[in-house]
Ligand binder design. Sequence first.
Ligand code: HEC
Ligand code: HEC
Ligand code: HEC
Ligand code: HEC
Ligand code: HEC
Length: 200
Amino acid sequence: MKFLRKFVGRGTDALRSIKISPVGSSHLRPALGISTLVIFLVALAASSKVRAQNKPSASPSAKPQPIPFSHKLHAQFLRECQDCHKISGDGWTMEYPPEGKCMTCHATIKADSPAIRKLANYAARKEPVPWVQVYEVPDYVYFSHRTHTTKAKLDCEICHGPLREREVIVKEKSTSMQACIDCHKLKGAPTGCRTCHDTV
Ligand code: HEC
Ligand code: HEC
Ligand code: HEC
Ligand code: HEC
Ligand code: HEC
């Protein structure tokens, strides 16, 4: 099966790859139901749009966040990204910091500011701050932070920009299919459809 995926990976002809029937690699990945398959096939029918969507978008604007957190300010105290962001147990997701981590400082620092009061309320209720996600790929795409950071040893900045210099996060790096494939070609990583999609 590994061999088959490698073989498909070498093909550049999309149609040839699509004819390969799915093999049972899904146990390695989050369970994807039949609905995902249907959605994917609909997306496939619209695949002529891929090219258009990969055009660089106009300058992105910031999504409003529930608490105005600044990476630039906090980088003075916490240099390592992984001081705050840990890879989830399954390796797919990079977690947001637990509120208790913030409160190690903010129980005393700026405790009277409205933003920190709001933060302290979430922490007291043991509720996660509802951060609005900026970088996101659709469900039919497989993306693992563990593969890209721990295994491929890529810096966060390559895919997220120089956040130590940013007050506010905007999506300044593309997560389009073309952006993924460009780097895969550059680094010799697989580019067959089934690398990132289970149903093609
Ligand atoms: C290592 C200590 C430390 C940690 C951990 C920390 N902060 Fe801060 N934070 C600071 C300092 C210092 C300031 C600047 C205070 C000042 O302006 O005097 C600050 C400022 C802020 C402010 C601006 C407050 C205002 O009204 O000016 C917010 C909001 C904030 N932090 C949120 C967070 C959140 C959310 C977390 C957890 C993800 C966090 N901080 C973790 C030290 C920390
Ligand atoms: C003090 C804790 C802290 C540190 C250190 C920190 N972050 Fe964050 N990060 C946060 C919080 C809180 C958010 C959610 C608020 C926001 O989007 O600004 C966040 C959001 C993000 C996001 C946006 C994710 C999304 O799509 O919603 C990225 C990307 C990110 N951080 C990368 C980094 C990188 C890269 C570094 C190291 C240069 C770093 N972070 C260091 C606390 C931290
Ligand atoms: C190869 C590119 C790449 C690298 C390297 C990378 N990220 Fe991401 N990051 C992404 C993509 C793509 C998403 C959207 C993932 C999704 O929707 O499932 C994302 C999403 C996130 C999120 C939102 C939560 C999530 O996982 O969906 C955070 C937080 C984040 N990244 C932080 C980091 C930090 C911190 C590092 C370095 C330790 C890092 N990323 C390295 C591409 C990357
Ligand atoms: C900056 C370079 C870079 C970017 C951008 C990037 N990747 Fe990768 N990716 C790699 C490298 C290098 C590997 C090989 C990791 C290894 O096995 O050591 C990899 C491996 C993978 C794998 C595992 C392949 C396998 O079968 O072993 C998947 C799935 C994947 N990437 C999906 C994505 C998706 C989806 C995106 C875009 C959202 C993306 N990647 C963006 C560099 C990148
Ligand atoms: C390295 C990862 C990667 C590889 C390899 C890859 N894709 Fe994708 N694909 C993506 C990502 C990421 C998206 C979602 C882009 C976005 O956010 O709209 C996507 C989206 C799509 C879509 C939906 C586009 C739309 O119109 O919304 C189709 C169809 C698709 N891919 C087909 C393919 C086919 C066919 C192949 C093989 C020739 C392939 N993909 C190879 C990462 C990949």
